[in-house]
Design a binder for this molecule. Structure first.
Ligand code: PBG
Length: 324
């Protein structure tokens, strides 16, 4: 496998994200992209976070960039009539996510880091992360579909393909696909250590990606599993060519973050997920209380060994000077 350490230092924005030691530079703001224009639809369980069409999203990101938030994670929210059993629409170049990537890359060049979620669940009619075959999620039938989506994001100009599906061997397959197509500077952020967590509820409302039957237990990690499996997932993804290793959720797995950070050589990211966000937001409506909670939470991530923090709190934290 080609190990390409230059990927993480390719642009100024990538260097600032991967190697700065302050919390502000470590933050990544997630966004939900929908079809249409002028759409700015609040997500009830996640106050302050909206589903946005490409035009509105670009305005939002312009505001974020002005605040100094330069790293962004984009999720596609796919219209019901565009979903099917294989997520076939997710790799089309004219879908909102691909359009957003293209526009943002044109506008900001190497000043922005664009991370794009790669999984089937937001574009399958059954809501599963993979191809369902004989009522099971088939690992090896899923991999080529993930590679198609990854390639479409890379072609549009993504910095990091963010594989959140938890299929075995997908980092290697995506790396090979990118290499064969000449995308030698496109990175892979792997959701390496992703638990089958109850903290993803608000996200699944936001992205309408709940499974219509069964659950994600056959691919996401068991919440009871210990450090050995976490390290196995992280180290194998690293050896397959992942450029960033992610642990998810964050707050209930800080011990795992420390273990993984000690075991890998690539930058480590944590995902402060939707349920963690909603829990904090529901606990108080006083900005100063939220600020203190978020500040303390972010320091716990850093102390545990996180280089990168993906959090719905990013914008409010910087806009409100919560870290000072
Ligand atoms: C897609 C995906 C999920 C999240 C990120 N990518 C949902 C899931 O696995 O069900 C969750 C993010 C969050 O809760 O904020 N597989």
């Amino acid at each position: 496998m080609n190990i390409r350490p230059r990927i993480n230092r390719w642009t100024i924005a990538r260097r600032n994200l991967n190697f700065a030691t302050d919390i502000k530079s470590s933050l990544v703001q997630p966004h939900f992209v929908v079809a249409g224009s002028g759409v700015n639809q609040p997500i009830e369980s996640m106050p302050g976070i909206n589903r946005q069409s490409v035009d509105v999203l670009c305005e939002t990101i312009a505001g974020d960039m002005a605040l100094g938030i330069t790293a962004h994670m984009l999720f596609a929210v796919v219209d019901h009539h565009d979903k099917d059993s294989t997520a076939s629409k997710a790799s089309l170049p004219d879908m909102p996510l691909q359009q957003a990537i293209t526009r943002l890359r044109q506008e900001y060049g190497g000043e922005i880091v664009i991370m794009t979620d790669v999984c089937l669940c937001t574009a399958t009619d059954h809501g599963h992360c993979g191809i369902v075959h004989n009522h099971e999620i088939d690992n090896d039938l899923t991999i080529p579909e993930l590679c198609k989506i990854a390639l479409s994001h890379a072609s549009a100009g993504a910095d990091y393909i963010s594989a959140s599906d938890m299929m075995d061997g997908r980092v290697k397959a995506i790396r090979n696909t990118l290499e064969e197509a000449g995308f030698t500077s496109t990175g892979i952020l792997s959701y390496s250590v992703k638990y089958a967590s109850a903290f993803y509820g608000p996200f699944r409302d936001a992205a309408s990606s709940s499974p219509t039957f069964g659950d994600r237990g056959s691919h996401q990690m068991d919440i009871r599993s210990g450090y050995d499996e976490a390290i196995l997932e992280a180290v194998s993804d690293e050896s397959e060519g992942a450029d960033i290793i992610m642990i998810k959720p964050a707050m209930t797995y800080l011990d795992v973050v420390r273990q993984v950070a000690d075991a890998v050589t690539r930058p480590v990211a944590v995902y402060n997920v939707s349920g963690e966000y909603s829990m904090v937001m529901a606990s108080t409506s006083e900005e100063q209380s939220t600020a203190s909670l978020v500040r303390e939470i972010f320091h716990s991530f850093k102390r545990a060994g996180a280089d990168i923090i993906v959090s719905y709190h990013a914008r409010a934290t910087i806009a409100g000077n919560w870290l000072d």
